[in-house]
Design a protein around this ligand. Structure first.
Ligand code: FAD
Length: 463
């Protein structure tokens, strides 16, 4: 059977391909990026712009990861309260989305926040389009509707990924791979080490985000302002609680973003106690979350001024997953690093989002269970560094990892997991892979100063 896509072989060619990879060192691509969320977008564009032949593989029919596939309503801060710390491709995506979106009427002028860069509401349809365009313009190939199902490992290196899509099963080889699946699928499939969950093997709860329309924008905005910083509609929540009418197992509204006049995205409602790597658990979580939506809408209509006539226009498409595997890498970023505002010689990004752990089981306390989110907050202008070594899984020399699964402890993950940081680790991984490709290096042999120089040229902020 001949090639059906550039470099994508049918299953029958599998044996020939392996022979080809091992004997001739011919690769279909220089770099394969698995997963097209913020990390994968950053990685693919960065590697392609530096001249590598890159393939980006994504299981959904569009790019964006949780922002589009789970309707996460807003980007976490790009600044440390004083200045932008996430530059480069992540900032380019943000600016492109803002240019082409409806202007959000939401004016967030809280102290320590910059409305141009912090908590910018997401327009998912525009985000899909601009990320596709940026990836295509970088000359990167994209394969949508395609799942990486397996990997082929040879002498401590990944030789190829096995994929499944409507064309069947195929195998694609590359010199370097970047795992941006949000689940560290490639690392796990390659037999690499990873951590998962807390001491009891539980991960943060998930949320089926949703969008509503028909809000009275003016009344709603006045009310949101009244609720104040961190309010997240907390006056309404308190009222409902006082009447014993708040949603069972919920303590607060995690997030709401006014995306256009009359339209808001909500990060509201938790599903507890499920394993995002288990298909049956995922199915249960998805069904449970959808069944909860009418109750959440009822609360909004009854208690939130401006939302009396609100209608649910969409959910998901899929439940949002906050936590999954964390790889064991050359450096494990820790909570101690967070609190000491650590800097590293091999810094590839700086970030400052607090430790934001959503409970894995229904919280018992009266109000917010995620107190560390408040207590871990930095002063304006403070940040920590993310070291390159945290992107390097132990034992697989041509594989990098970016996004929420980089090497870190669980609490630290609750900071680096948000999208601006994922763009940044993605861009660093893509840049490193392209530099290694030019010089035929293993990922851990990359010259750190050259990587940092290149990232800085691209607009990334490392110090
Ligand atoms: C409910 C919720 C609310 C959140 N709120 C915010 C917020 O307000 N602001 C913020 O900035 N962040 C927020 N986050 C965090 C953030 O959205 C994610 O942590 C972030 O998107 C992770 O980026 P990533 O690129 O690592 O992974 P993802 O965004 O998960 O992207 C991974 C991509 O890989 C694809 N994929 C997975 N496995 C495979 C495979 N085997 N083969 C092919 N493709 C595959 C997936 O389809 C997906 O597109 C929230 C997360 C959740 C769940």
């Amino acid at each position: 059977m001949g090639k059906r896509y550039p470099g994508v072989y049918g299953a029958e060619a599998f044996a020939c391909l392996i022979q080809e990879v091992s004997m001739n060192n011919q690769y279909d691509y220089d770099v394969i990026v698995a997963g097209g969320g913020p990390a994968g977008i950053g990685a693919a564009i960065a590697a392609a712009r530096i001249g590598s032949r890159v393939l980006l593989i994504e299981q959904a029919g569009y790019l964006g990861g949780m922002a589009t596939n789970a309707s996460v309503p807003a980007f976490c801060p790009y600044t440390d309260g004083k200045r932008v710390t996430i530059g480069g491709i992540g900032l380019e995506v943000l600016e492109a989305m803002k240019r082409e979106s409806y202007e959000s009427p939401f004016y967030d002028n809280k102290p320590g926040r910059q409305k141009e860069y912090d908590w910018v509401p997401i327009d998912p349809e525009v985000l899909k389009r601009v990320t596709e365009r940026l990836v295509i313009d970088s000359a990167c190939h994209i394969l949508l509707h395609t799942v990486v199902t397996d990997v082929i490992v040879k002498r401590g290196k990944l030789a190829a990924v096995r994929i499944h899509n409507k064309s069947g099963n195929s195998t694609i080889s590359a010199k370097y791979f970047i795992d941006c699946t949000g689940d560290a699928d490639l690392v796990a499939l390659a037999g690499g080490a990873f951590e998962y969950g807390d001491q009891e093997g539980l991960v943060q709860s998930g949320t089926l985000c949703f969008r509503i329309a028909n809000l009275n924008t003016e009344r709603f905005m006045a009310y949101a302002k009244e609720c104040g910083e961190d309010g997240n509609l907390n006056i309404a929540v308190s009222k409902a609680k006082a009447s014993n009418d708040f949603i069972e197992d919920e303590r607060y509204v995690s997030g709401i973003a006014l995306q256009a006049v009359g339209v808001a995205g909500l990060n509201f409602g938790h599903v507890y106690h499920f394993n995002p790597l288990d298909a049956q658990d995922l199915t249960r979580a998805e069904l449970e979350a959808r069944a909860k939506l009418p109750r959440l809408m009822e609360f909004l209509r009854r208690y939130v001024p401006g939302a009396e006539e609100a209608v649910l226009i969409s959910s998901g498409p899929a439940i949002g997953l906050r936590e999954s595997r964390r790889i064991c890498g050359e450096y494990r970023l820790t909570t101690m690093d967070y609190y000491s505002r650590a800097t590293f010689e091999d810094s590839i990004a700086r970030y400052s989002y607090p430790i934001d752990i959503h409970a894995s089981t229904p919280p018992q306390g009266d109000y917010r269970d995620d107190l560390e989110y408040v207590t871990s907050r930095y002063q304006e202008g403070e940040a920590y560094s993310i070291p390159y070594r945290s992107l390097l899984p132990i034992g697989i020399s041509n594989l990098l990892v970016a996004g929420r699964t980089i090497s870190c402890d669980r609490a630290m993950m609750a900071s680096v997991r948000v999208m601006p940081a994922c763009f940044a680790t993605g861009e660093a991984a893509g840049t490193a892979a392209a530099l290694c490709n030019k010089n035929n290096l293993q990922c851990k042999q990359v010259k750190i100063q050259e990587l940092q120089k290149q990232l800085t040229l691209q607009g990334a902020i490392l110090a």
